[in-house]
Ligand binder design. Structure first.
Ligand code: SAM
Length: 296
Protein backbone atom coordinates (compact mmCIF):
# COMPACT_ATOMS: atom_id res chain seq x y z
CA UNK A 1 0.00 0.00 0.00
CA UNK A 2 1.18 3.54 -0.80
CA UNK A 3 2.36 5.86 1.98
CA UNK A 4 -0.73 6.78 4.04
CA UNK A 5 0.18 10.49 4.16
CA UNK A 6 -0.18 10.65 0.37
CA UNK A 7 -3.60 8.99 0.49
CA UNK A 8 -6.63 11.27 0.42
CA UNK A 9 -8.50 9.69 3.26
CA UNK A 10 -8.11 12.18 6.08
CA UNK A 11 -9.80 15.51 6.83
CA UNK A 12 -6.72 17.59 5.90
CA UNK A 13 -6.16 16.09 2.44
CA UNK A 14 -9.89 16.04 1.71
CA UNK A 15 -10.28 19.75 2.56
CA UNK A 16 -7.18 20.56 0.50
CA UNK A 17 -8.49 18.94 -2.67
CA UNK A 18 -12.00 20.34 -2.20
CA UNK A 19 -10.57 23.87 -1.86
CA UNK A 20 -8.24 23.42 -4.81
CA UNK A 21 -11.13 22.58 -7.13
CA UNK A 22 -13.63 24.86 -5.35
CA UNK A 23 -15.87 21.82 -5.08
CA UNK A 24 -19.34 22.39 -3.65
CA UNK A 25 -21.08 19.43 -1.98
CA UNK A 26 -24.37 18.52 -3.59
CA UNK A 27 -27.00 17.29 -1.18
CA UNK A 28 -29.12 15.92 -4.03
CA UNK A 29 -26.33 13.43 -4.84
CA UNK A 30 -26.00 12.21 -1.24
CA UNK A 31 -22.42 13.46 -1.00
CA UNK A 32 -20.92 12.53 2.36
CA UNK A 33 -17.28 11.68 1.79
CA UNK A 34 -15.42 9.25 4.02
CA UNK A 35 -12.54 10.80 5.96
CA UNK A 36 -11.64 7.90 8.28
CA UNK A 37 -9.03 5.39 7.10
CA UNK A 38 -10.09 2.78 9.69
CA UNK A 39 -13.54 2.61 8.15
CA UNK A 40 -12.15 2.18 4.66
CA UNK A 41 -9.77 -0.53 5.94
CA UNK A 42 -12.75 -2.32 7.44
CA UNK A 43 -14.71 -2.13 4.19
CA UNK A 44 -11.76 -3.40 2.14
CA UNK A 45 -11.10 -6.28 4.55
CA UNK A 46 -14.76 -7.27 4.65
CA UNK A 47 -14.88 -7.40 0.85
CA UNK A 48 -11.85 -9.78 0.96
CA UNK A 49 -10.35 -8.26 -2.19
CA UNK A 50 -7.47 -9.76 -4.12
CA UNK A 51 -5.69 -8.91 -7.37
CA UNK A 52 -8.04 -11.42 -9.04
CA UNK A 53 -11.03 -9.16 -8.35
CA UNK A 54 -12.79 -6.67 -10.57
CA UNK A 55 -14.57 -4.11 -8.39
CA UNK A 56 -17.46 -1.83 -9.28
CA UNK A 57 -17.43 1.28 -7.10
CA UNK A 58 -20.65 3.29 -7.23
CA UNK A 59 -20.03 6.97 -6.49
CA UNK A 60 -16.26 7.33 -5.96
CA UNK A 61 -16.59 10.98 -4.83
CA UNK A 62 -13.07 12.46 -4.78
CA UNK A 63 -11.57 8.96 -4.96
CA UNK A 64 -10.59 8.39 -1.31
CA UNK A 65 -11.76 4.78 -1.18
CA UNK A 66 -10.98 4.23 -4.86
CA UNK A 67 -7.26 4.64 -4.09
CA UNK A 68 -7.47 1.80 -1.56
CA UNK A 69 -9.49 -0.36 -3.95
CA UNK A 70 -6.94 0.20 -6.72
CA UNK A 71 -4.13 -0.90 -4.39
CA UNK A 72 -5.69 -4.26 -3.55
CA UNK A 73 -7.95 -5.23 -6.47
CA UNK A 74 -7.04 -6.15 -10.03
CA UNK A 75 -9.42 -3.69 -11.69
CA UNK A 76 -11.71 -0.93 -10.47
CA UNK A 77 -14.60 0.57 -12.42
CA UNK A 78 -15.81 3.74 -10.74
CA UNK A 79 -19.15 5.23 -11.83
CA UNK A 80 -19.74 8.84 -10.76
CA UNK A 81 -22.72 11.06 -11.64
CA UNK A 82 -21.31 14.47 -10.66
CA UNK A 83 -19.39 16.07 -13.52
CA UNK A 84 -17.56 18.36 -11.09
CA UNK A 85 -15.88 15.33 -9.53
CA UNK A 86 -14.47 13.94 -12.80
CA UNK A 87 -11.46 16.32 -13.04
CA UNK A 88 -10.75 15.70 -9.35
CA UNK A 89 -10.81 11.92 -9.87
CA UNK A 90 -8.47 12.30 -12.85
CA UNK A 91 -5.95 13.89 -10.52
CA UNK A 92 -6.41 11.75 -7.41
CA UNK A 93 -6.34 8.47 -9.34
CA UNK A 94 -3.69 9.31 -11.92
CA UNK A 95 -1.17 6.95 -10.32
CA UNK A 96 -3.45 3.95 -10.91
CA UNK A 97 -3.67 2.42 -14.36
CA UNK A 98 -6.16 -0.23 -13.19
CA UNK A 99 -8.98 2.28 -12.59
CA UNK A 100 -11.62 3.24 -15.18
CA UNK A 101 -13.74 6.28 -14.35
CA UNK A 102 -17.18 6.40 -15.94
CA UNK A 103 -19.17 9.64 -15.77
CA UNK A 104 -22.74 8.31 -15.62
CA UNK A 105 -25.83 7.86 -13.49
CA UNK A 106 -25.53 4.31 -12.12
CA UNK A 107 -29.30 3.82 -12.51
CA UNK A 108 -28.89 4.34 -16.27
CA UNK A 109 -25.88 2.04 -16.62
CA UNK A 110 -26.36 -1.49 -17.93
CA UNK A 111 -24.44 -3.12 -15.08
CA UNK A 112 -24.77 -6.58 -16.61
CA UNK A 113 -23.05 -5.36 -19.78
CA UNK A 114 -20.42 -3.55 -17.71
CA UNK A 115 -19.55 -6.73 -15.77
CA UNK A 116 -19.34 -8.72 -19.02
CA UNK A 117 -17.14 -6.11 -20.69
CA UNK A 118 -14.71 -5.60 -17.84
CA UNK A 119 -14.60 -9.05 -16.29
CA UNK A 120 -15.57 -11.36 -19.18
CA UNK A 121 -18.86 -12.17 -17.43
CA UNK A 122 -17.14 -13.53 -14.29
CA UNK A 123 -18.65 -12.29 -11.01
CA UNK A 124 -17.52 -8.84 -9.95
CA UNK A 125 -17.56 -7.38 -6.43
CA UNK A 126 -19.43 -4.19 -5.64
CA UNK A 127 -17.84 -1.97 -3.00
CA UNK A 128 -19.22 1.49 -2.25
CA UNK A 129 -20.17 4.19 0.15
CA UNK A 130 -23.57 4.44 -1.47
CA UNK A 131 -25.59 7.59 -2.10
CA UNK A 132 -28.32 6.82 0.46
CA UNK A 133 -31.20 8.25 -1.59
CA UNK A 134 -30.92 5.35 -4.08
CA UNK A 135 -29.64 2.46 -1.93
CA UNK A 136 -32.59 0.12 -2.56
CA UNK A 137 -32.90 0.71 -6.34
CA UNK A 138 -29.16 0.09 -6.77
CA UNK A 139 -29.12 -3.13 -4.75
CA UNK A 140 -32.31 -4.48 -6.28
CA UNK A 141 -31.19 -3.74 -9.83
CA UNK A 142 -27.93 -5.60 -9.15
CA UNK A 143 -29.91 -8.64 -7.97
CA UNK A 144 -32.94 -8.51 -10.24
CA UNK A 145 -30.87 -7.58 -13.28
CA UNK A 146 -28.92 -10.85 -12.80
CA UNK A 147 -25.65 -8.89 -12.75
CA UNK A 148 -22.84 -11.40 -12.16
CA UNK A 149 -21.80 -10.28 -8.69
CA UNK A 150 -20.33 -12.40 -5.89
CA UNK A 151 -20.67 -9.84 -3.11
CA UNK A 152 -21.84 -6.31 -2.39
CA UNK A 153 -20.05 -4.55 0.47
CA UNK A 154 -21.59 -1.16 1.01
CA UNK A 155 -22.07 1.70 3.41
CA UNK A 156 -25.75 2.39 3.85
CA UNK A 157 -28.00 4.15 6.33
CA UNK A 158 -27.93 2.14 9.59
CA UNK A 159 -31.70 1.75 9.59
CA UNK A 160 -31.63 0.26 6.08
CA UNK A 161 -28.84 -2.16 7.04
CA UNK A 162 -30.93 -3.31 10.00
CA UNK A 163 -33.92 -3.89 7.72
CA UNK A 164 -31.86 -5.92 5.25
CA UNK A 165 -30.56 -8.21 8.01
CA UNK A 166 -33.77 -8.54 10.07
CA UNK A 167 -35.53 -11.86 10.65
CA UNK A 168 -39.22 -12.75 11.20
CA UNK A 169 -41.04 -11.30 14.20
CA UNK A 170 -38.80 -8.23 14.55
CA UNK A 171 -39.85 -4.62 13.95
CA UNK A 172 -37.34 -4.18 11.11
CA UNK A 173 -38.46 -7.27 9.19
CA UNK A 174 -40.20 -6.46 5.93
CA UNK A 175 -40.27 -6.73 2.15
CA UNK A 176 -36.68 -5.42 1.90
CA UNK A 177 -35.37 -8.10 4.31
CA UNK A 178 -37.01 -10.85 2.27
CA UNK A 179 -35.97 -9.43 -1.11
CA UNK A 180 -32.33 -9.14 -0.02
CA UNK A 181 -32.27 -12.53 1.75
CA UNK A 182 -33.78 -14.24 -1.29
CA UNK A 183 -30.65 -13.30 -3.26
CA UNK A 184 -27.90 -13.01 -0.63
CA UNK A 185 -26.76 -13.53 2.92
CA UNK A 186 -26.51 -10.20 4.73
CA UNK A 187 -24.03 -9.39 7.47
CA UNK A 188 -23.57 -6.01 9.13
CA UNK A 189 -19.81 -5.69 9.55
CA UNK A 190 -19.51 -2.23 11.12
CA UNK A 191 -21.53 0.61 12.55
CA UNK A 192 -20.17 3.98 11.47
CA UNK A 193 -20.87 7.28 13.27
CA UNK A 194 -21.50 10.59 11.42
CA UNK A 195 -18.07 12.02 12.35
CA UNK A 196 -16.38 9.64 9.89
CA UNK A 197 -17.81 11.67 6.97
CA UNK A 198 -17.52 15.15 5.50
CA UNK A 199 -20.04 16.70 5.70
CA UNK A 200 -21.59 14.73 8.56
CA UNK A 201 -24.83 12.94 7.64
CA UNK A 202 -27.84 13.40 9.93
CA UNK A 203 -28.26 9.62 10.26
CA UNK A 204 -26.12 6.75 11.51
CA UNK A 205 -24.47 4.49 8.94
CA UNK A 206 -23.43 0.85 8.72
CA UNK A 207 -21.34 -1.30 6.42
CA UNK A 208 -23.20 -4.36 5.24
CA UNK A 209 -21.87 -7.25 3.18
CA UNK A 210 -24.33 -9.15 1.00
CA UNK A 211 -22.86 -12.45 -0.14
CA UNK A 212 -24.74 -13.71 -3.19
CA UNK A 213 -26.22 -17.20 -2.72
CA UNK A 214 -24.69 -19.76 -5.04
CA UNK A 215 -28.04 -21.51 -5.09
CA UNK A 216 -31.27 -19.83 -4.04
CA UNK A 217 -32.31 -20.95 -0.51
CA UNK A 218 -35.90 -21.58 -1.65
CA UNK A 219 -37.49 -23.12 -4.73
CA UNK A 220 -40.06 -20.78 -6.19
CA UNK A 221 -42.44 -21.48 -9.10
CA UNK A 222 -43.24 -17.85 -9.79
CA UNK A 223 -40.87 -15.19 -8.43
CA UNK A 224 -43.16 -12.34 -9.40
CA UNK A 225 -46.05 -13.87 -7.45
CA UNK A 226 -43.80 -14.46 -4.41
CA UNK A 227 -42.80 -10.80 -4.28
CA UNK A 228 -46.38 -9.64 -4.91
CA UNK A 229 -47.53 -11.67 -1.89
CA UNK A 230 -44.64 -10.38 0.23
CA UNK A 231 -45.33 -6.75 -0.67
CA UNK A 232 -49.06 -7.20 0.02
CA UNK A 233 -48.34 -8.71 3.44
CA UNK A 234 -46.17 -5.81 4.54
CA UNK A 235 -48.14 -3.00 2.88
CA UNK A 236 -50.93 -3.83 5.25
CA UNK A 237 -48.79 -4.88 8.16
CA UNK A 238 -51.52 -4.87 10.79
CA UNK A 239 -53.83 -7.11 8.81
CA UNK A 240 -53.71 -10.88 8.99
CA UNK A 241 -51.98 -12.54 6.06
CA UNK A 242 -55.34 -13.87 4.86
CA UNK A 243 -56.87 -10.38 4.64
CA UNK A 244 -53.75 -8.77 3.17
CA UNK A 245 -53.35 -11.37 0.41
CA UNK A 246 -57.06 -11.59 -0.37
CA UNK A 247 -57.12 -7.83 -0.98
CA UNK A 248 -54.26 -8.01 -3.43
CA UNK A 249 -55.22 -7.19 -6.98
CA UNK A 250 -54.24 -9.84 -9.47
CA UNK A 251 -53.96 -12.74 -7.04
CA UNK A 252 -57.63 -13.71 -7.31
CA UNK A 253 -57.90 -16.10 -4.39
CA UNK A 254 -60.60 -16.24 -1.73
CA UNK A 255 -60.08 -16.01 2.00
CA UNK A 256 -61.29 -19.59 2.44
CA UNK A 257 -58.77 -20.90 -0.05
CA UNK A 258 -55.91 -19.02 1.62
CA UNK A 259 -57.01 -20.36 5.01
CA UNK A 260 -57.04 -23.92 3.63
CA UNK A 261 -53.51 -23.50 2.31
CA UNK A 262 -52.27 -22.05 5.63
CA UNK A 263 -53.83 -24.94 7.59
CA UNK A 264 -52.29 -27.39 5.16
CA UNK A 265 -48.89 -25.77 5.69
CA UNK A 266 -49.31 -25.99 9.47
CA UNK A 267 -49.75 -22.25 10.02
CA UNK A 268 -52.41 -20.38 11.99
CA UNK A 269 -55.17 -18.74 9.92
CA UNK A 270 -54.66 -15.54 11.93
CA UNK A 271 -50.93 -15.34 11.25
CA UNK A 272 -49.48 -12.01 10.03
CA UNK A 273 -46.94 -11.66 7.25
CA UNK A 274 -44.28 -10.43 9.67
CA UNK A 275 -44.18 -13.89 11.32
CA UNK A 276 -43.43 -15.86 8.13
CA UNK A 277 -39.96 -16.96 7.10
CA UNK A 278 -38.78 -16.75 3.50
CA UNK A 279 -39.31 -20.52 3.24
CA UNK A 280 -42.92 -20.17 4.41
CA UNK A 281 -43.61 -17.33 1.96
CA UNK A 282 -42.14 -19.52 -0.80
CA UNK A 283 -44.37 -22.48 0.17
CA UNK A 284 -47.43 -20.25 0.30
CA UNK A 285 -46.62 -18.68 -3.05
CA UNK A 286 -46.02 -22.09 -4.67
CA UNK A 287 -49.38 -23.34 -3.40
CA UNK A 288 -51.20 -20.24 -4.67
CA UNK A 289 -49.39 -20.55 -8.01
CA UNK A 290 -50.43 -24.23 -8.28
CA UNK A 291 -54.01 -23.39 -7.50
CA UNK A 292 -54.06 -20.62 -10.16
CA UNK A 293 -52.62 -23.07 -12.74
CA UNK A 294 -55.28 -25.66 -11.91
CA UNK A 295 -57.97 -23.06 -12.54
CA UNK A 296 -56.82 -22.42 -16.14
N1 SAM B 1 -17.07 7.08 -2.28
C1 SAM B 1 -16.94 8.45 -1.81
C2 SAM B 1 -16.48 8.43 -0.38
O1 SAM B 1 -16.72 7.45 0.29
O2 SAM B 1 -15.90 9.40 0.07
C3 SAM B 1 -18.24 9.24 -1.96
C4 SAM B 1 -19.48 8.61 -1.35
S1 SAM B 1 -20.87 9.67 -1.34
C5 SAM B 1 -21.80 8.96 0.00
C6 SAM B 1 -21.86 9.11 -2.70
C7 SAM B 1 -21.27 9.37 -4.09
O3 SAM B 1 -22.18 8.86 -5.08
C8 SAM B 1 -21.06 10.82 -4.45
O4 SAM B 1 -19.80 10.98 -5.05
C9 SAM B 1 -22.17 11.14 -5.44
O5 SAM B 1 -21.86 12.18 -6.32
C10 SAM B 1 -22.32 9.80 -6.13
N2 SAM B 1 -23.63 9.56 -6.75
C11 SAM B 1 -24.84 10.00 -6.33
N3 SAM B 1 -25.82 9.58 -7.14
C12 SAM B 1 -25.23 8.82 -8.09
C13 SAM B 1 -25.71 8.10 -9.22
N4 SAM B 1 -27.01 8.08 -9.51
N5 SAM B 1 -24.82 7.46 -10.01
C14 SAM B 1 -23.49 7.50 -9.72
N6 SAM B 1 -22.97 8.16 -8.66
C15 SAM B 1 -23.83 8.81 -7.86
Amino acid sequence: MADLTTMLINPKNTIEIIKKYEFIFQKKFGQNFLIDSHVVDKIIRSAALTKEDCVLEIGPGIGSMTQYLAEVAGKVIAVEIDKNLIPILSETLKAYDNVTIIHEDILKVDMHKLACEYNSGKPIKVVANLPYYITTPIIMSLFEGQVPVSSITVMVQKEVADRMQAGPGTKDYGALSLAVQYYAEPEIVANVPPNCFMPRPKVGSAVIRLTRHVTCPVKVENEELLFRIIRASFNQRRKTLVNAVENTAGIGISKEEIKDILIDLGMSVTIRGEALTLEQFAELSNRISLRCKNMI
